[in-house]
Structures are given as C-alpha cells and as structure tokens.
Design a protein around this ligand. Sequence first.
Ligand code: GTP
Ligand code: MG
Length: 202
Amino acid sequence: AQVVQAEFVKSSVRTEDCPSDGSPEFALVGRSNVGKSSLLNSLVRRKKLALTSKKPGKTQCINHFRINESWFLVDLPGYGYASAPHECRTDWAKFTKDYFLNRSTLVSVFLLIDASIPAKKIDLEYASWLGQNQIPMTLVFTKCDKRKKKKNGGKHPEENVNDFQELIRGYFQTTPPWIMTSSVTNQGRDEILLHMAQLRNY
Ligand code: GTP
Ligand code: MG
C-alpha cells in the first residue's frame, strides 16, 4: 500500500471543476491548522508536495493529488478559522458540504482531530454533520507526538482521543474507524495507507 508516485493535479473552487476521470478519492478535512497538508506530505513521503503553514488558513481550494497513477488524495481548506471574515466561513461550509454531498468518487472522508488538545465544539458539530448525512468517515487523530504537562491540566493524546470518541458516540450507526497519527514521527502512516487500500477494494 506504499506510495510510489504522487503529483499535484489541480486546485478547484467548485465540485464541478474537480477531476472527472472517475478515480476513487479520499478527502482530508478538519479544523484549520490541524495538520491536513502535513499528513498528506507524510503519506506521500514528500516534505512540500502540499503547502503547510504555522498560520491557519493556508489551504484555500480543493486540491487533488494523484497517487500511484490510480487514486486521489484531496487536501481541503480547514474549517473554524476564527479570524476569517464571516462570509468566508459560510462560504467554506457551502463549498465543502457541496463537495461531500455530490462528489460521487469520494470513497471516505478522513476527519482530522488534534489529539493534543481537548475536543472542540466545532469538531463535534462537524462529526455530527457527517454522521447525519451518512458520509463514510475515518477519524484521524493528529499531533499524537505532542505531550502536555500534566501539572498544567493538559491531557495526553490517548485521553483526548478517548474523550472525543465518547462524545461522538450516538452520531453514528457504527463506530467510525480511527487511527492515531503524527506527521513528525510518521506514526499511523502505514495504517492509513492500508486502510485506504482496503476501502478502495470494497
Ligand atoms: P490549513 O491549510 O490552514 O487548514 O491547515 P492544515 O490543516 O493543512 O495544517 P498544516 O499541515 O499546514 O499544519 C499546521 C501546523 O501544525 C504546522 O506548523 C505543522 O508543522 C504543525 N503540525 C502538523 N502536523 C503535526 C504533527 O503531527 N505534530 C506536530 N507536533 N505538529 C504538526
Ligand atoms: Mg492545509
């Protein structure tokens, strides 16, 4: 399930503009700055295929990357970027929700959740929306390399992951698959690629 070829194909602002060759695809979605572009780079073992930034809001379009000449990884703009103007935020919702509901070649959404901090309301709302709309979803916990100091009230990634799963129980008919990752240590990379390979073969 390793990546031997990866290339940027195109940026689209509407679902209709996305590549139309029918290849299966997986979308990386999550709060701005959660590490979507970094995870994509980790999966393809390239440092700068998808552009990343410390500043939230780096990715602004639907970006298609062709993998092994046969399927796509899709990097999406993040939600919940607090300093974005309000119109931008509604726009984001409209445009990505349209993509989730109408992109027929989308095999599964990979919802990224930052495991280094407690669950955020917006992530729970997003998971709930995906569940209500029966969009196939895999939970990907990011930044599992970050360890909080207990004495400052911080929780370890494992605890945040358990809390999050407890909170979304009830949004889904069956518990979504979940994977713990880090783009720093590449934890979870093989597991994600294997999971994607299995989903493509269903
Ligand atoms: P937008 O495109 O703005 O929505 O953000 P994004 O979700 O694509 O995040 P991006 O990959 O640009 O990463 C945001 C910041 O988090 C960068 O400074 C990354 O270096 C950092 N980061 C991403 N993944 C990890 C991780 O697994 N561990 C740690 N420690 N930092 C990470
Ligand atoms: Mg990005």
